[in-house]
Design a protein. Sequence first.
Lengths: 373, 340
Amino acid sequence: MNRPTRRPRLTAPATAAVAAAVLSLGLAGCGASDSGSATSNTATGNGNAPAWCGSKKAVLGMTDGFGGNSWRLITTASAKEEAAKCPSITSFEYADGQGNTQKAIADVQGMVAKGVNALVVFPDAGEAMLPALRSAYKAGVVTVPYRVAPGGKPGVDYDVFVDTKFAADGRNWGEWIKKILPDGGNILFLSGPPGNSQGRDEAEGLRSVLGSDSRYTFIGEQPFEVTNWDPAETQKVLTSAISQNARIDVIVSDFGPSLVGALPVFEQSGRSIPAIAASDGNVLSCFWEDHKAKNPDFKLFTVSTQNDHSRLAVQHAVARATGGQVPASSTFPSLVFEDSTAEDKPVQCERDLPDDVYLSAEMSGADQAKVLK
Amino acid sequence: MTLQASERSVIDPGPRYRLSRGMLTVSAAVILLFVASAVVAPTSVDHSAFLGMLPFAAVLAIAAIGQTLVVQQGGIDLSVPGAVSLAVVVTTHQSAGDDGRLLGALALGLVVAIGFGVANGLLIGWRRLNPIVATLGTNALMYAVVLAISGGSPRRTTQLLREAAGGVTFGVPNSVYIGVVVVAVAAMVMKTTVGGRRFEAVGANPAAAAATGLPVMRYRAAAYIWAQILYWLAGVLLAGIIAQPTAFQGDSYLLPSVAAVVLGGTSLLGGRGFLVPTAIAAVFLSQLEQFVLALGVSFAIRTLVEAAALTVGVALYTVDWAALRHRFAGAAGRRTATTA
């Protein structure tokens, strides 16, 4: 692992403490995907535990609505790694809802029954998870949902919702587009299933930067082209967009790696791959390195895909359960990761590592590769 | 219904060379669709749109041929998603981006596919399980294997497979050549060999076939095995066409594979199989998707149009139009004397 200097990590004061903390990477290789498996972290004394780690002993639980893809595996492993920094956490329990809302609800209840003191929940099913969260909270468990809004109110239905502002990603993309295309251009935005809130928020962020300027045109279906985050669908949508639009100046995607199969269509039609603003992924970065020479318009800009979001959620849960210092912010920031047009944020491609590692994550690429087998 | 009868010799009554109703219908539909595409959304029929559409059509055609074989035996195969996903995952994970290991991965995938085909064949052909139940179960098993191998995470296709399956030769995607060969061979075997004829006979009337001494069970089981082999091939091609396929790439192939069979004119009750029309129907469905995409309508309308096309297609075969016409003519007097 000899990567060039990385971007300054999480800038929020909440996470400054993390940077100072001792990294304990030993757990990274454990099979985080084993649903319900428990790992005991031996408490190794005290010493330089981070500020969010109090002295009260606690058991931490984590439940996922769906845990079956590489992003989730790495996000879960990151949470586990973060929990391991705090010696007061005597055990870390994980359960995977496997895309089944009923199981996800049962998992939350099961964690409460097992007697966890703090519970971090990825509530994929949204408001359907609220009753389960509320009952955990009422049972006295520190309950911290993150990333997907479950509705409800902090302090009534759960302790705190650790969110992220997807609109901020949209604004970051928008600012970059303004920089590389000062005279305007045609923008194609691809997101997941129809009406998904992430895509809508990102589109809003994009528009807040570019929407008032008539030189920028949003092409294709609005607010975004539907791809279901499926590479095959992305390929079809992009093929169609290419033949319909003589000019596409920039493609924005909130799942960057899914573009890799589709972009060669530009080369087949004798056009340069346009600028790409997306979320990061090793496969996309390596694709850029391989194709930049032949495609003069191919610039790459990525925001972090935010595997470390789970770390902030763990900090909040652990701080409340162990009597540590609660992080000041409950919003995970949108972070620019790569910008091929800027010196300080070079594109990072690790050819020896799997395609689906996310080098924007705090966990090293090599450790991520171990998590993914 | 039977056109071009004048061109045929009177002595040749065999249905073997007559254009089937499915062939006529689906060919007309494809031609109409391409004309409509060219007029309404010209960008959906230009070169790059074709290059984008045809590989997926080829994959669907191959999977649909597999489904046809099963449907011919009066069954239905709901394990298409699992089978295609499994082929994709075995191909990409076992080779792990290394061209040298690709052949081994392909062989392993084929063995696994045959294994599941045998399982389906035994359950349905021999143990007489309901095909819906049995293949759903197999599908779940295959997904278990998919998750065990991949943990749900995708891997990139090897460069060799990408070039072989996703490449273009003489302006035509390689997958199209493979699709055409598969369809041609399957149709030839079905229509001209003894085994193929018996296979159809068993599907058309298992009791009669058993009475003539044909091993019905073996033919039934064979349908499921060949189907799995074809799904495997479809999955391998798909893995090559998509640079980084997900672990669940087969999910979107269940309904289209059955739709192509139905649009091709094969009866869901079994019997004669129309392989070439099924392949053309696969092209129809893929182009329809491209056409609706090119129209630039919302996702909701896209889904509606595709569903409507399917409904019309099924109605063409299942509604008794002659009776309907008769009834309508009777009610409305003598207004409709012409035939369509």
